[in-house]
Ligand binder design. Structure first.
Ligand code: TTJ
Length: 642
């Protein structure tokens, strides 16, 4: 390590020390999420180079020792002296906090992670980091440990004159990332695929070297010449598109670069995702507002102009037009301002104008050129308008009813007597017979039972009016008490545990998935805030010498058998459904808070677009993608962890 500390260097170290003291301020958290964020921070630099048009391949390698290597074939971080700092530019990049912007080159930095803090933060939070730069026929290298320079930038070898690029390897500091320093392939895969969609033409290759000796590394590569157009195809891959075209609008205005791709499918839900500088903005913002304005205005103008909407008919709402729409709205902007509680909502007003203008103009042109497509969308929107109207009437009716009859709870609900929601739970039970057992078994004070009959409506395949008319769905909405959509109010939740209790077989898993789909689409906060659970009924009952054991999996049964001995007189019963258990057994195994196992339904950190896909894939009509999905994600079916 260099011992010659100048005043500048002391300042540098103080800067990086601050990062180590309060890592959360720079990367959000030191959990698994923060850990993965390190990779995105580094990859973002290479993506910037790709956006500048001088890099087409990025390799991300997960090494055996849990270090990560990122390699690009860009111009290479400059190795010349940065005169302001008196150090090689590359050293500045890795050791000076907030050393944003490019060194020696034009163009602006448009990508950048959640906090856009960059390479020096990753360096500060790494046990060690090595950077290598290929430029002018030479290979330069520098190493750092916990942000400290180990030796001045040096030449370690030669390479072909034409070869340029940057290679960075870092190992996260386990004293900072105390929860875990193990990278998850699937988490990185998801985000890198998204980045590839958002940067057309770029090749991103993810390689996992953490395999048994002698086995081949696991590799996934992403490359989309069509960019976000292919993103839309991917999102619609398990749905039925309404028409073949994928609309694509692109342009720059007020220093905002806008790209939009969209296509309707025959479903009734919207799946729009917006991005700013390649970062997802789940809460939307000005760019999304501009997009929606443009869509509503342009389609109404078209529908009126072409007499698809009659003079006496009201305008289509944005919601009508976006029924079944899959869209990607991606903007690149120099100085994004994020607002809202989670700072995920774009605030720049110039983005609204830019998106509105570009989409209005190009969409108008598209509709004129493609009257068949325009007609299909308008007709679908008009059907949506009628359904919305019918649904509103039905809803008003039930609202008025409940006001008169004061909260008419569903007749099939056996409610609990305790009125404090914190103490209360509701079991949603498949079938009347299991419902009967559960009513007998329950602890009346705190456990409510709502039996559901027959097949549960698949909300992915029904319009609102049909959904509101469904008895099962109505019963759940009134029992939960929160209302749905815009009316949703979590403070009115009547039970702090909503427990889905279905048979431990494929049909049961299907019913649980239908129920989860309904909750996810209509009351996602219940899942986000952890109020939804899955009951775990046992698969087997084992009797021996008047003793009883229950097993919840085959492994558990084998374990019990090897403990008690595999004798002749063992009586093993395999439960085919909840209905086979008497109330006492149901209580002991599945409902008694002291003994039962509950799985809380959670949303993992995967992109929202992936969760959406999970539901449409499992619930959609296309058999092939569904089978593949279930095979690929057997975990989902077992744990139902969305
Ligand atoms: C800046 O302008 C002059 C030519 O090089 C530009 C540059 O910095 N390119 C660049 C940086 N390419 N790749 C990087 C980079 C790659 C990784 C993996 C990590 C970091 C911090 C930067």
């Amino acid at each position: 390590m260099s011992n010659d500390y100048g005043a500048d260097q002391i300042q540098i170290l103080e800067g990086l020390e601050a990062v180590r003291k309060r890592p959360g301020m720079y990367i959000g958290s030191t959990s698994g999420r923060g850990l993965h964020h390190l990779v995105y921070e580094i990859v973002d630099n290479s993506v910037d180079e790709a956006l500048a048009g001088v890099c087409d391949t990025i390799n991300v390698i997960l090494n055996k020792d849990n270090s990560v290597t990122v390699i690009d074939n860009g111009r290479g971080i400059p190795v010349g002296i940065n005169h302001k700092a008196g150090l090689p530019a590359v050293e500045v990049v890795f050791t000076i906090l907030h050393a944003g912007g490019k060194f020696g080159g034009g163009g602006y930095k448009v990508s950048g992670g959640l906090h856009g803090v960059g390479a020096s933060v990753v360096n500060a939070l790494s046990d060690w980091l090595i950077v290598e730069i290929y430029t002018d026929g030479k290979i330069y290298q520098q190493r750092y440990e916990r942000g400290h320079v180990c030796y001045p930038l040096k030449v370690i070898g030669e390479c072909k004159k034409e070869k340029t690029g940057t290679k960075v390897t870092f190992k996260p500091d386990s004293s900072i990332f105390q929860e875990t320093i193990e990278f998850e392939f699937d988490v990185l895969k998801q985000r890198l695929r998204e980045m590839a969609f958002l940067t057309k033409g770029l090749h991103i290759i993810l390689t996992d070297m953490r395999v048994e000796d002698g086995e081949k590394p696991v590799e996934r590569s992403f490359h989309y010449e069509g960019g976000i157009k292919e993103f839309v195809t991917y999102l619609n891959r398990s749905k039925t598109p309404l028409y073949d075209n994928i609309m694509y609008f692109e342009g720059s205005k007020n220093n905002v670069y806008v790209e939009v791709a969209m296509q309707h499918n025959d479903s009734y839900t919207e799946s729009s995702y917006s991005f700013v500088n390649n970062i997802n903005t789940p809460e939307g913002g000005t760019h999304l507002v501009g997009f929606r304005n443009a869509l509503t205005k342009t389609f109404n103008d078209y529908a009126r102009g072409n007499k698809l909407l009659k003079d006496n008919e009201p305008n289509l709402t944005g919601e009508d037009i976006r029924e079944g729409l899959t869209a990607i709205v991606s903007v690149k902007i120099e100085d994004p301002q994020f607002e809202g509680q989670t700072k995920q909502k774009l605030g720049n007003s110039e983005a609204r104008n830019a998106v509105d203008n570009i989409v209005s103009e190009q969409l108008t042109y598209f509709l004129e050129q493609n009257p068949m497509v325009a007609k299909l969308i308008c007709e679908k929107s008009i059907l949506a308008q009628r359904a919305r109207d019918a649904a509103r009437k039905a809803r008003d009716l039930t609202r008025r009813k409940t006001a008169l009859e004061s909260a008419a709870l569903p007749g099939k609900l056996a409610d609990c007597s305790d009125k404090n929601p914190e103490n209360c739970e509701i079991y949603i039970v498949e079938g009347d017979s299991a419902g009967g057992s559960a009513k007998t078994a329950r602890s009346r004070a705190t456990q409510a039972i709502l039996p559901l009959r027959g097949k549960i409506l698949n909300v992915e395949k029904a319009r609102l009016d049909k959904i509101y008319a469904n008895a099962e769905i109505k019963a759940m909405i009134t029992a939960f008490g929160t209302g749905i959509h815009d009316d949703f109010d979590i403070s009115k939740l009547r039970y702090h545990k909503i427990i889905l209790m279905t048979d431990a077989d494929v049909d049961g898993a299907h019913i649980a998935t239908l129920l989860l789909t309904f909750i996810y689409r209509f009351m996602p906060e219940l899942i986000k805030q952890g109020y939804v659970y899955l009951a775990q009924p046992p698969l087997y009952k084992l009797e021996k010498n008047k003793n009883i054991w229950y097993a919840y999996s085959d492994e558990e049964l084998n374990k019990i058998l090897s403990e008690v001995g595999r004798d002749q007189n063992n009586k093993i019963q395999r439960y085919k459904g909840l209905g086979e258990m008497d109330p006492e057994q149901l209580w002991e195994t599945t409902m008694d808070p002291a003994r039962r196992i509950l799985l809380r339904v959670t949303m993992n950190e995967e992109a929202e677009s992936e969760i959406d896909l999970t539901f449409t894939t499992l619930m959609g009509d296309k058999v092939e993608p569904r089978r593949e999905f279930i095979e690929e994600n057997a975990k989902f079916v077992k744990n139902l962890d969305i």
